[in-house]
Design a protein around this ligand. Sequence first.
Ligand code: AMP
Length: 193
Amino acid sequence: MNICVYGAASSLIDKSFVEAGEELGRKIAQRGMGLVFGGGRNGMMGAVARGVQEENGSILGISPSFFEESNAEISFQYCTEVIHTETMRERKRLLDEKSDAFIITPGGIGTFDEFFEILTLKQLGRHNKAICIYNINNYFDSVLNMMQVGVDQNFITNDCRCLYEVYNDVDTMLDYIEKYDPKDFDISQVKIR
Ligand code: AMP
């Protein structure tokens, strides 16, 4: 089973996030799951990849080739496989295609973009894979509150809430992903409006 982990590229985040990311990576590998990620060396991306590497797990990094040329994001050097894409959109498409489940860890606009895209695609019935927010240090509380405002004011259907889960505990989150069976989740029952 391959898990896509989205998360910050920034190297300026507090070390408590980094440590939680490394722990997540170790636990992914210990369960025999593979990591699929954006290929960066810094921030949450690098932390999770380092954790997987410590446990000799499989790591697929997917990043656009212009990062290599521009040094926009420094690559993690120890991926077991790397795929270079031409565009960011192509990268996101492959991250989705190569993964059986998604974990969103704290990040910036790139991570928000990735979360909302994968959530929107699930709402539209384009996939029915597990989506988990790993709410380290309650980082996502404001985003989740904003989602509730959208539900309360009828911008977002209440059904949207069943498309993703929020966890503070890494083991419970990985248990959920392991047990999740897409066949049990009937995407056609989700009301878009
Ligand atoms: P961030 O959460 O902003 O630190 O970014 C996390 C990852 O998302 C990084 O690999 C970014 O390159 C990527 N990213 C940033 N902006 C976008 C975007 N508009 N679309 C897709 N990926 C993005």
